[in-house]
Write a new protein. Structure first.
Length: 132
């Protein structure tokens, strides 16, 4: 078989996401070969949860684009995708069927509050002693 699936790209639209940001992942898979391939299973996981499970239909030498939106949670993250995850198709290479995107999600920035809002003016009036 001269059939091969691979990932052309795996990207996210927010470079350095913070908690609560909407992050859109774009998964571009490619099929090389002269035969068609139908119901090719694409599975993606994030935080150990399966978040994408789709069947893709490829024509001859074609690409398919899939997107997934996520509300970012803090910490180190890995978005992992596998094409032909159930190994239905015999391919020239099985080594390029996985793609990982590792990134970190930071906590949200604190709002910029002027310092004057934080300054507590102590009330010394109760302890004022007047020297005569």
């Amino acid at each position: 078989s001269h059939l091969d699936f691979r990932f052309k790209s795996l990207t996210k639209d927010v470079l350095q996401p913070r908690k609560g940001d909407k992050v859109v992942f774009t998964i571009v898979t490619e099929k090389r070969g002269i035969e068609k391939a139908e119901k090719v299973r694409l599975v993606c996981k994030l935080r150990h949860f399966q978040v994408v499970d789709q069947e893709l239909d490829f024509s001859i030498n074609s690409t398919e684009t899939t997107t997934y939106s996520w509300n970012a949670l803090p910490g180190d993250q890995t978005f992992k995708c596998i094409i032909d995850s159930n190994n239905v198709y015999s391919e020239t290479s099985e080594d390029n069927n996985e793609a990982n995107l590792e990134f970190n999600v930071a906590l949200p920035r604190l709002p910029n509050i002027p310092y004057k809002d934080f300054i507590l003016i102590p009330d010394y009036s109760a302890s004022v002693v007047l020297f005569e």
